[in-house]
Ligand binder design. Structure first.
Ligand SMILES: [Zn+2]
Length: 351
């Protein structure tokens, strides 16, 4: 069994993936045509190469184009169901997915928040029915628009959001210049209404951003958090409290947080006892999959299969599933991991 075979066979959960970053080029092309949105390229082939990550400005350009092309509840249903299909292909049984509600249903949009949520949930229902995968939502506040934070919290703590699969409040967008402390009030209101905080921190800013997310936002779990490695006291704190990190290897390399997989601190964090999970962030834009991330973790970052097993199970432990569901999923994963990993020695290397 090759490492790729082992990884493909493992059941997986994904905790850090942006719905907008899952949209494949062919889908974007069709949505642009349907909705009359101009794209800087003429056909799908050109779109494929335009889609390949070049630098951060280019990344923002693609992300903005995706957001412009997603207009109706049906558009959201489609991309959600398509991600469900991708989950099934990779044996991802459960995902907690981020999307940016104000970007799609804010003041400048014709789409109402309720209809956005309904569209995404129609896609979830289709994914559940056709592909047997489960999803929950971590919609986020976009940091460079702090004025939208209260509206987003009101939306996410409404009865329809709670019934509609919203499990936490995210915080995304540019970390530089928009520290966690700016959002302390919004995250407190969310917590008071029962919604835990799950901000991005410690990606493009160092340990102070992770400390801020912990102290000012009382983060239950952290998007990225990898730059905690620069502060041994913080690593010890994360390990002691078992505050989970959602690590995204390929994303970190594309965005220049680390120069290579070999330089990434994944293994150090795991060996320090931090509750680390592996995720794909924006898989279509970074041309990765969760399976690729698991493979890189072993092949390029030096995790043993035993450590990979622990990281895989961490994703279930760190999820927002209710305890009985979590226990059931953990038992199922554990049984399958034992069967697959204990009985296989990876032979050959994959490209
Ligand atoms: Zn992210």
């Amino acid at each position: 069994m090759t490492l790729a075979d082992i990884v493909a066979a493992l059941p997986k959960a994904e905790l850090h993936v942006h719905l907008e970053g899952t949209v494949q080029p062919a889908t974007l092309f069709e949505l642009a045509q349907k909705n009359g949105v101009p794209l800087p390229v003429a056909d799908v082939d050109a779109l494929e190469s335009w889609y390949t990550y070049r630098d951060f400005d280019h990344f923002v350009e693609i992300f903005t184009a995706i957001c412009r092309c997603l207009q109706t509840p049906d558009d959201f249903a489609r991309v959600t169901a398509e991600y469900g299909q991708s989950m099934a292909r990779q044996n991802i049984r459960y995902a907690e997915i981020t999307w940016s509600p104000f970007t799609h249903a804010g003041a400048d949009s014709d789409l109402a928040w309720e209809n956005l949520l309904a569209g995404i949930n129609a896609g979830r229902e289709r994914a559940r029915r056709e592909f047997d995968v489960e999803m929950r939502w971590i919609p986020d506040i976009v940091r460079c628009y702090p004025d939208t934070a209260d509206t987003v919290v009101d939306w996410l703590t409404s009865p329809e959001a709670q019934a509609g699969g919203v499990v936490a409040l995210g915080l995304g967008g540019p970390e530089v210049g928009f520290p966690p402390e700016l959002f302390a009030g919004a995250f407190r209101r969310a917590r008071e209404r029962g919604l835990p905080g799950n901000p991005h921190a410690g990606e493009t800013v160092g340990p102070e951003s992770v400390w801020g997310a912990i102290r000012a936002l009382e983060a239950r779990r952290l998007g990225h958090g990898v730059r905690a490695i620069e502060d041994p006291a913080l690593v010890a704190y994360l390990a002691e409290r078992q505050i989970p990190l959602e690590v995204n290897l390929t994303s970190n390399i594309c965005l220049g947080v680390y120069g290579s997989y070999q330089e990434h601190p994944l293994r150090q964090l795991v060996e320090a006892g931090v509750c680390v999970t592996l995720n794909s962030d924006d898989p279509a834009l970074f041309r990765t999959t969760l399976n690729d991330e698991y493979r890189h973790a072993v092949q390029d970052c030096g995790l043993t299969l035993g450590q990979l097993r622990q990281v895989g199970l961490n994703a279930v432990r760190a999820s927002y599933l209710p305890e009985p569901d979590k226990t059931r999923l953990l038992e199922a994963f554990d049984t399958e991991y034992a069967r697959i990993i204990d009985h296989s020695t990876p032979g050959g290397r994959d490209t």
